[in-house]
Design a protein around this ligand. Structure first.
Ligand code: AMP
Length: 397
């Protein structure tokens, strides 16, 4: 819709400026499941969505209004893609921030490339967080064997060696179990010269995430905490709302607000936390986009994380984020497809009151690959999770 704004011109006459109230076409870099669910939310607002992804049969390809196939390292192709849209966002973090900085000169990008630049590299991210007094696990930057030897001396074992960039879902992480020199050399060699971070092992009692939403006027809102369980460094399940001791939850929320404000995030920011036995909280990592732990908001919250981002991108007021009904979410990984029976029989999971099945339409199942998820709304999130684990077990039989 075009809105007309009156302008007082220099010669004191009245002029009229025609402005679009809301953008009509939004671009998403990345066509995976996060893009798919964001695409649907934007389309619910009547927006046309263009998606850019290297894989022609990615989850978004069949529902996007326009789909461009291209590599994330193809600077020119991404610039060309951006020329036809009004606002750009991303669901995938490993995109060159230089490319986005070039686009930012001519198009709005939310969150900004400056936010992506910090969050796509663990060294920059931890350095930034510590510079604004946000606590993280103790860490060291590792480029050489001597960095690693002195890092292990300082932080002890077990500790975790992680690639500084381009790692996700546990890829590029090694849990160090010994300080023996030959073992450390072998571990470092696996990073093939890429910069890494050594993190002290955190004896957390719980992992949780906060997802914050912030609009371009600086209004913010946070969903209740999501309590997360990981297996093999991959999110297995989420409880919502997750129980966090009130003082720790308050502390995390004040950190979340501080981070979002100081980074000037417009969009969503997911902040993953470790809860320590004494109630302190440490930030593990940031993701400036919708997050797997927030999938349950589709059914359990008044506004889902995807719809909230769609509201922000289109310049509308934030939606309320109250809990409609508690519950749990469990991921369905490719492993489930690779058993002797092939793709599970979804009749086992469908039609159960309160259970919602989401399949992302990925063509090739792989071990550890996120293919879908199940949500179960139930007054007791822990009971919901027990039921979901049983259901998932039945799907694999
Ligand atoms: P990340 O990719 O950094 O989110 O790590 C994936 C998962 O590995 C986390 O969610 C934790 O379960 C575990 N993890 C990562 N870093 C640490 C740490 N410093 N201490 C203990 N567990 C960790």
């Amino acid at each position: 819709m075009i809105i007309k704004v009156s302008l007082l011109c220099e010669n004191n006459s009245l002029g009229v400026l025609e402005m679009k109230e809301h953008p009509e076409r939004i671009g998403i870099l990345g066509g995976g499941q996060l893009g798919l669910m964001l695409c649907k939310a934007l389309q619910q607002l009547g927006v046309k969505v263009s998606v850019y992804d290297p894989t022609p049969d990615c989850p978004c390809a069949s529902i996007a209004d326009y789909f461009a196939e291209g590599s994330f390292s193809d600077h020119q192709a991404i610039l060309g893609f951006a020329s036809d849209i009004e606002i750009l966002t991303f669901e995938f973090e490993n995109i060159s921030s230089e490319t986005l900085i070039a686009i930012e000169k001519i198009k709005k990008i939310h969150p900004s490339p400056a936010v992506l630049y910090i969050s796509q590299d663990r060294i920059r991210e931890k350095g930034y967080l510590n510079s604004i007094d946000i606590p993280t696990a103790k860490w060291r930057e590792i480029n050489t064997l001597s960095d690693l030897t002195s890092g292990v001396d300082a932080l002890g074992v077990p500790s975790i060696l992680k690639t500084s960039s381009m790692g996700y879902d546990g890829r590029g992480q090694i849990r160090l179990s010994s300080s023996e020199p030959a073992y450390l050399k072998e571990c470092l060699d696996r990073f093939e010269g890429r910069a890494a971070v050594l993190e002290q092992w955190v004896p957390f009692i719980q992992e949780f995430s906060l997802i914050g939403a912030r609009d371009s006027r600086g209004n913010m809102s946070f969903w209740d905490p999501f309590v997360n369980h990981h297996e093999n460094h991959i999110l297995e399940s989420t409880l919502y709302p997750g129980f966090i001791p009130p003082k720790s939850a308050e502390l995390a929320l004040s950190m979340g607000k501080k981070i979002m404000e100081s980074m000037n995030v417009v969009g969503l920011l997911t902040i993953e936390f470790f809860l320590l036995p004494d109630g302190r909280v440490l930030v593990n990592e940031l993701a400036p986009r919708p997050h797997n732990s927030g999938h349950i908001t589709i059914e359990a919250s008044e506004t889902s994380q995807f719809y909230q981002l769609a509201l922000i991108l289109t310049g509308r007021p934030l939606g309320s984020v109250g809990v409609i009904k508690p519950g749990a979410m469990i991921n369905l990984l490719g492993d489930l497809w690779l058993g002797s029976k092939g793709e599970p029989d979804w009749n086992t999971a469908s039609g159960i009151p309160g259970v919602f099945l989401h399949l992302y339409g990925k063509k090739t199942p792989k071990n550890g690959r996120k293919m879908g998820h199940l949500t179960f709304l139930h007054q007791d999130p822990c009971e919901a999770l027990v039921a979901l684990r049983t259901l998932k077990q039945r799907l694999s039989n």
